[in-house]
Design a protein around this ligand. Structure first.
Ligand code: PGA
Length: 256
């Protein structure tokens, strides 16, 4: 293995797939992925499909994740899903995705509450951070990544339990991924921010994924960058062949 951090490939299905489609996609992934060597794989379907996908994944090494959670156990929060509803069903929960930050006004403080809640309920948070195009062009990438990373990790005791996804907002769903250099540099900023606050050992233990238009064509050049521990994949995760190709690329990197 090239690093002690086990690579992780996560499919974020977003608001796609009906129940029937989710079930078929999950069965197809299980069927084709086999037992990935030295790579962790997870899929994050819509909430309503979690039980049906859990059923399809049973006995397979593919883990299940939620796309969000609400940081309270119960109460008058119409439309939200509590962590204890996900506990035991899911292994991961995506928090702070840029779409939630942009369309649902999620702040670093709220994302932080979700990170802490996920950990409390045995869910591995996949905390997304990333700069917008405006911030990128204004040279604010480092500042944004530092702020979002530290803001999301306030009072998190064991930071090594958190997975972070660097997702430049301008690369999400656009077909234009970050260059391998940009992705590596963004991830290096996140890791050094953690190192400054919590020490190098902790920083070295955190898995940091890249996300944003990752596909079978660009995956190898991204994963060969030092410090990139896998991918959070939207569009390409809805196509079974493409998703499997990304898992295979991660396996390949581990073999080198
Ligand atoms: P994309 O989405 O792969 O479709 O760009 C990634 C994400 O938003 O997690």
């Amino acid at each position: 293995m090239t690093s002690e951090r086990r690579p992780l490939i996560v499919g974020n299905w977003k608001m796609n797939t009906t129940l029937a489609e989710a079930r078929i996609l999950a069965y197809n992934i299980v069927h084709l992925v086999g037992v990935p060597k030295d790579v962790d794989v997870a899929v994050c379907p819509p909430f309503v499909s979690l039980p049906i996908v859990a059923e399809a994944l049973r006995g397979s090494p593919v883990a299940l994740g939620a796309q969000n959670l609400y940081p309270a156990e119960s109460g008058a929060y119409t439309g939200e899903v509590a962590p204890n509803m996900l506990q035991g069903l899911c292994s991961y929960a995506i928090v702070g995705h840029s779409e939630r930050r942009a369309y649902f006004a999620e702040t670093d403080e709220f994302v932080n509450a979700k990170v802490r809640t996920a950990l409390e309920y045995d869910l591995t948070p996949i905390m997304c951070v990333g700069e917008t195009l405006l911030q990128h062009e204004a040279g604010e990438t480092t500042k944004v990544l530092q702020t979002q990373t530290m803001g999301g990790l306030v009072d998190v005791e064991d930071v090594s339990m958190v997975v972070i996804a660097y997702e430049p907002v301008w690369a999400i769903g656009t077909g234009v991924a970050a260059t391998p250099d940009d992705a590596r540099e963004g991830i290096a900023v996140i890791r050094s921010t953690i190192a400054d606050a919590r020490g190098q050992d902790v920083a070295d233990s955190v898995r940091i994924l890249y996300g944003g238009s990752m596909n079978p064509q660009n995956v190898a050049s991204l994963l060969e960058q030092p410090g990139i521990d896998g991918g959070l994949i939207g569009g390409a995760s809805l196509n079974v062949e493409q998703f499997i190709a990304l898992v295979r690329a991660a396996e390949e990197r581990e073999r080198e």
